[in-house]
Design a protein around this ligand. Structure first.
Ligand SMILES: NC(=O)c1ccc[n+]([C@@H]2O[C@H](COP(=O)([O-])OP(=O)(O)OC[C@H]3O[C@@H](n4cnc5c(N)ncnc54)[C@H](OP(=O)(O)O)[C@@H]3O)[C@@H](O)[C@H]2O)c1
Length: 256
């Protein structure tokens, strides 16, 4: 029997990239997966279809996050799909990164939108999910290495810092119910969010120089870490952030 047989999971932003890989992995481990997406219906359908072809169970849930009514729309679709079953695993993955939102150029609208999608939405999704989550369940937030190294995208980094703080406080708040809360913090991963990686040879070469394992990460490698936190092997781990990045910025190889 697969390790997550009989369990259910909601993965936000599961139509593409890391969320898609997480949905595939959790479904492969036996969970029924709610594949959330914002607008890319065909990508969400492709994720669901790939899960079903592999013998798993999934259903799509549409909700544009960061707008009024987002959480209501998401839970309407989720509860319909769950059909009375409780939730065991919540993965807060959906996020945006606005490259222009630097200290010099960020507008209030960009700031508010990025916080609404990356912080407000996971907070209120979690609040709404908690009564549905079985005791002993698991919450995993997808953070980022930019919480500990600086980039020009200061607003994005701030949103991920807020998510890390949420994870620790939440772990304490729900510990009595046996629910674990952990953050997975990817490094540079090959997804649509990082389409610049394919712009030139130099782009991916530059990444290799700062990664100990000398390559860009793949979404499935992030999903494997999420699967650890979604399963029983991590039952004694909560309130933690795990960097999953191939050894990003470990230091210079040669001291001269
Ligand atoms: N890629 C990296 O190198 C990297 C590094 C560190 C952290 N992360 C984090 O990893 C997570 C996944 O990133 P990714 O690279 O896989 O991103 P991605 O390829 O851009 O995919 C984003 C996903 O989130 C959904 N989404 C975005 N905005 C939404 C909104 N307003 N409402 C509803 N859904 C929305 C998208 O749905 P649609 O398909 O419908 O648009 C899509 O499924 C994010 O939290 C990101 O911050 C990524």
């Amino acid at each position: 029997m697969a390790s997550l047989t009989g369990k259910t999971a909601l993965v936000t932003g599961a139509s593409r990239g890391i969320g898609r890989a997480i949905a595939l992995r959790l479904a492969g481990d036996g969970a029924v997966v709610a594949v959330h997406y914002g607008s890319n219906e065909s990508a969400a359908a492709a994720t669901v279809s790939e899960i079903e072809v592999a013998g798993g169970e999934a259903f799509p849930v549409r909700a544009q996050l960061g707008v009024d009514g987002d959480v209501d729309e998401l839970f309407d679709g989720l509860e319909k799909g769950l059909a009375g079953r409780p939730l065991d695993i919540l993965v807060n993955n959906a996020a945006i990164s606005t490259s222009e939102a630097t200290i010099e150029a960020a507008t209030r609208d960009q700031f508010d939108r990025e916080f609404a999608i990356n912080v407000r939405a996971p907070f209120f999704i979690t609040q709404r999910a908690l009564p549905l989550i079985r005791d002993g369940g698991h919450i995993i937030n997808i953070s980022s290495g930019v919480t500990w190294f600086a980039t020009p995208q200061i607003v994005y980094s701030m949103t991920k810092g807020a998510l890390n703080v949420m994870g620790r406080a939440l772990a304490l708040a729900v510990g009595e119910r046996g629910i674990t809360v952990n953050n997975v913090s990817p490094g540079v991963t090959d997804t649509d969010m990082n389409s610049w990686l394919h712009d030139s040879e130099e782009a991916s070469e530059g990444v290799k120089q700062i990664v100990a394992l000398k390559r860009v990460g793949q979404a499935a490698e992030i999903a494997d870490a999420v699967a650890f936190f979604a399963g029983n092997d991590s039952r004694w781990v909560t309130g933690q952030t795990l960097d999953v990045n191939g050894g990003l910025w470990l230091g210079r190889g040669v001291v001269q």
